[in-house]
Structure formats: C-alpha cells, structure tokens
Write a protein that binds this ligand. Structure first.
Ligand code: SF4
Length: 445
C-alpha cells in the first residue's frame, strides 16, 4: 500500500486543510506514515505569513531534494500560502517538486496521486471530511480575505472571500458529530464576514443558529473575527445560543490610531474599545483573545506604549503578539520601510509578554475555587486535560475522566497559561487516583 506524509506549518486553517487532504488520500487507498523518508507522497503544507515560517518551508524543501534525487518516483507536493497564482519562479527554484497547489486546491493533488496509484480520483472521492477527527475539530467555513491590511499577504495567496454554503457546513458538522466530535470551531481569516458574499447575504449568526441544532455537538466556536465585521446579530447569537461558547478572537493589531490607519485596519482605537464594551455587556463572562503586531513600520516608542495601554485597559484573556515581518508583495513592503530595528522589536515583544503574563496570572488566579464544565480533549503523561467554554486549558488532577467526557471541575491551582482542577463527581466519592498524583507533583501547568 502506498504511503503519504503531510508536513504542516502555520495556522489552524492549514492544519484543517491538511486533515481534509488526508481524508482524500485515505479514500485513494493510501495510508499515513510518520516520516517523509518512508512516504511515496510527501506533502508540505506551507505558511508565509512570517519570514520564519517561509524559511522553515524552504529548508524542508532543501532536505527533500536528495530524497527525491535518490528516488525520482517519490512524489513531492507543495500546497498552502507559499503557492500564489503564478508559480513559474517556484518551479524553477524547486525542480524537485511535482505538484504545486494553492490553499484548498485539493483537486490537482488528488488527481496526480490517483494517476500514480492507478485510480481515477474523480470517480472515487467523496467529501473531504476528516476520517478520525479529534473530539475538538476545526471546520473552515470561509476562505480568503477582502480586507487587504497593508502588512498581510493572505489576500494575495488565499484570494477573495468565499463562504462555503451553509448546507454543506451543517452536513459536515453532522458527519463530524457522528464521528465523535463534540466541539467544533468554524474557521476563517475573517470568520464574522461569513455569508456576506451570498445573494441574498447571510450572517455568521445564521450559521451558528443552524449548528446549534446539530445533535451530538456540545460546543461551537469561531475564529478569527475582524472588528469591522462583528455584528449585533453575531453578539446576540453568542449570548443566546446555548452551544456557542463565550470566546471571541478579535485582533486589535495596534493601539495607536496612526498605526491602525497605516495598517488600513478600518477601525480606530475607540471603535475597538466600544466593541469590547458591547461584548462584555451582552455576553457575561466572555473571554476575549487578540492579536497584536509590534514594530510596524514607523511605530514610535510612544505609539507602542498605546498598545501596552490597550492591554492594560482591556485585560485580554490571551494575546498572540508578533514582531512585524516584511512580506514581499504587500502594500507595506512597497510603501512602508521596515524601520524598527530587530532589537527594538524584541524589546517590545518582551514588554508585551511580561505585561500580559501578569494580567493572565491575575485573571486566572480569580478562577481558583470556581467550577466549570470541562470537555476532556487530550492527555498529558497519563493525566486528562481539557478546555472550559472560555477556552482555558485545564489539567485534571483528581478523578477519572476520558477524552470526550464533559466533567464538572473545581479549579484548585492557577498559572498565567493554564489551570488545574479536580473532577467534582469523582472527588466526592473517591480518594485521589494514585496514577494521577505524579503529574500533579510535576507541575505541568
Ligand atoms: S483581515 Fe487583514 S490581517 Fe486578517 S487576513 Fe485579512 S488582510 Fe490579513
């Protein structure tokens, strides 16, 4: 039986795309393997959002070159954001690659692999739905982006916004529920723009409402939202629909209006703060997660301080911070010189990290002694772990619980990045489970 290996870097969208390609390759009769050296088909699913991610992908391609030379029948495939509409330069630079495919462009890959194994891919492949999904699984619902923020390469690589039909998404959600999924996260670069490209237009709230009816699904999440696309209907859907979790991923990117304008984000600081106030007023206990870029071209020390002020004011549950990285082909790379030096970017990143760690420590320490429902989605060194509805990672230190269980947990210890908790039902009637004690002592959180 032919084997495949998929190597993935980048965001959840890429991981989700890889799962879908794996489903197609499984349907062609191939089996997955752990090492590229053992595979007949090696797929690299790439990311170019930051230079470091692109360097990792090109480094991997260099590693594969001698493997391809030694065995020319081995098929090398590159998919994802490294592959733009024009591939001539890539083809010349990396002649070892057999197939180039843009994000979600599964057809050329499956046809080429079908030809290799002597199967007509057109006739035998059904929907690309993960065959053995995790209990918490990601589902892309809108591809591409129409925003064209000046620093971002995504619209050039993933194209314009295209939403998947609601019936298709709900069918996939049902299939995933039948395969054991309980927690589904709808993905998009600007997920709250879902349905705007339909005629007549729809809203993410319509999709959330339909998904709320799917038996077996216990939790529904969505990411990433753009502040300009967040509507009152979506906010009400999160507040009112019992399965939709109270977590909003809402990048602010910069705290200074001049930098937000230079980024062409389409909102200002006050707009963002008003939206946060609205979310907190209408969705009790909502967790707000954000993205932030430091060292954007022209960002002064004072302007960066405005970003730190934003962190202090909003007190986000989590912050994904990144140093600005120039991406060729973007508006910023043509018009906005990358003039904040590397050491200063690092200093700013560290300042964000230190401040946010303190804020998260305070937010999480207030949870000690409180009770939450935790959906168990994994295990670390024999001890189960899971997430609250607000996406807090909880290591379970008492009681037995298996992947897929939703258990009532009391928080016993906190850190800036995770929590520890005991399962209440079992804690009431049983002693500590000896097997879990060492994990508690090691302080994994
Ligand atoms: S909203 Fe801006 S940052 Fe987000 S994917 Fe679109 S262009 Fe990129």
């Amino acid at each position: 039986m032919a084997k495949y290996h998929i190597w993935t870097v980048g965001c959840q969208m890429n991981k989700s795309d890889s799962e879908r390609l794996a489903s197609g390759l499984d349907q062609l009769g191939l089996s997955a393997c752990e090492r590229p050296d053992d595979a007949d088909v090696v797929v690299l699913n790439t990311c170019v959002v930051r230079q470091s991610a692109e360097d990792t992908a090109t480094g991997m391609l260099g590693t594969l070159r001698p493997i391809k030379t030694a065995d020319p029948d081995r098929m090398i495939v590159v998919m994802g954001c490294m592959v733009g509409p024009k591939q001539d330069v890539l083809r010349r630079r990396f002649p070892q690659v057999d197939v180039w495919a843009r994000p979600q462009e599964y057809g050329p890959i499956l046809r080429a692999v079908g030809d290799k194994v002597g199967i007509d891919a057109e006739g035998c492949i059904g929907q690309l739905i993960p065959t053995a999904p995790s209990v918490a699984t990601f589902v892309p619902v809108i591809h591409g982006c129409d925003k064209f923020c000046t620093f971002c390469i995504i619209p050039y690589r993933r194209g314009r916004q295209v939403s998947r039909p609601i019936d298709e998404v709900i069918h996939e959600t049902r299939m995933l529920a039948e395969r054991g999924v309980k927690d589904v996260t709808y993905l998009g670069q600007t997920v709250d723009a879902y349905g705007h490209d339909f005629d007549p237009p729809m809203d993410l709230a319509d999709l959330l409402s339909a998904a709320n009816q799917v038996d077996g699904i216990e939790r529904i999440r969505f990411l990433t939202s753009h502040p300009s696309d967040m509507t009152q209907r979506i906010i009400r859907a999160v507040a009112d629909l019992p399965k939709v979790c109270e977590t909003i991923n809402l990048p602010f990117q910069a705290g200074d209006d001049g930098i937000l304008t230079a980024m062409r984000r389409g909102y200002n600081r006050d707009d963002y703060l008003d939206l946060v106030s609205q979310l907190r007023a209408e969705i009790p206990g909502v967790a707000i997660v954000t993205d932030l870029i430091v060292g954007f071209p022209g960002e002064t020390a004072d302007q960066f301080e405005r970003s730190l002020d934003m962190l202090r004011e909003v007190r986000f549950d989590k912050v994904h911070a990144a140093a600005y990285s120039e991406r060729p082909g973007t508006i910023a790379s043509r018009k906005q010189p990358d003039d904040v030096d590397r050491a200063e970017k690092k200093r700013r990143l560290n300042a964000v990290g230190d401040l946010q760690e303190q804020i998260q420590a305070e937010i999480n320490s207030a949870l000690k002694g409180k009770e939450f429902d935790v959906l168990v989605d994994g295990e670390t060194r024999g001890a189960p772990s899971g997430r609250t509805r607000t996406d807090k990672l909880v290591y379970l230190t008492r009681g037995g619980a298996s992947v897929g269980d939703t258990v009532r947990v009391r928080i016993t210890e906190t850190s800036p990045y995770s929590l520890k908790g005991e399962v209440l039902e079992l804690a009431l009637e049983s002693e500590l489970e000896p097997a879990l004690e060492p994990a508690l002592a090691e302080g994994r959180a």
